[in-house]
Design a protein around this ligand. Sequence first.
Ligand SMILES: Cc1cc2nc3c(=O)[nH]c(=O)nc-3n(C[C@H](O)[C@H](O)[C@H](O)COP(=O)(O)OP(=O)(O)OC[C@H]3O[C@@H](n4cnc5c(N)ncnc54)[C@H](O)[C@@H]3O)c2cc1C
Length: 281
Amino acid sequence: MAIEVVLTDHTTDPIRTLYTAFRVCYSSFTPSQIEARIESERISRQEMQEFIEARLATGHSSPLAQVWFEFGISGVTRAFSHQFVRHHIGISFEQQSQRYVTYKDGTFPFTTPQSVERAGKAEVYNRAIEAAGAAYLELIEAGIPAEDARFLLPNATNTNFKVSVNYLELMHIADQRLCTRAQWEFRKVVSLMRAEVKRKFPEFARYLQPKCGEFRLGYCDESFADWEGCPLGRKRPHKSTLFELYERSKSGALGDLSDRDYQAIESEPDEKSDKTRSQAF
Ligand SMILES: Cc1cc2nc3c(=O)[nH]c(=O)nc-3n(C[C@H](O)[C@H](O)[C@H](O)COP(=O)(O)OP(=O)(O)OC[C@H]3O[C@@H](n4cnc5c(N)ncnc54)[C@H](O)[C@@H]3O)c2cc1C
């Protein structure tokens, strides 16, 4: 069964919600005054988007949890679902039950990994699946409840989800599961979730990247060997490069702070730096 991911619902207007959430933090206006300014179009969508972009470049992340997305996910395996439900902050799951859903004829939807096909082992694989299905059916026909007969079902068995997840957690899941170190099925599902968000809200999908992405960490924090083997072609520096820079700095190779630097520290802020500061939390 093919994997299917559909964005079934979402925060009505994510740009408006996220703008208001951030704006409340940085404005003397009340939330209702901010809403009224949006309603009267005193704040344009362009301005809202620019304000959000600037905030996303900072570490101020909690407003992102005010935007949510709902997905219908089907045709994934139990091997995937065990991993998926380990994410537990800012995400809610409903999953097809193997207690309440009985495979009455002993056949169940399942996935065959490409590695099995490539190795020419599909027949061995299918035999094991069929044997599990036949034994499952024998137990069901003997009156054993589905909740016990399911003990025989393999990790390859397909399952379905209805998921609600906030944008902050979706970014975190993308950080981890779009990384080439994550399992292929998980990468596929998160790629499809990203594609669904992109279809409706491309500006939100930009930030759904593996953790090494230019909008996320910007470097690889996996082991050096994993970085060397990553098919992304080392587009990002490995963390060891940053540590080297740190070591060079500590050993004085980057030069000491000069009198001129200390003058900059002592000086009064100018108009430009005032403006920068006023935008900071
Ligand atoms: C490549 C890879 C390999 C893995 N291998 C294994 C494995 O072999 N065995 C295994 O058991 N698991 C494994 N995992 C799962 C992993 O350990 C996490 O359980 C999973 O990725 C969920 O992520 P999370 O803890 O960030 O949870 P999320 O719910 O996504 O959490 C989001 C964030 O909330 C915060 N948070 C979460 N829980 C708490 C808490 N209790 N207290 C305070 N803050 C919290 C953290 O900042 C966290 O990053 C693997 C994951 C990956 C990506």
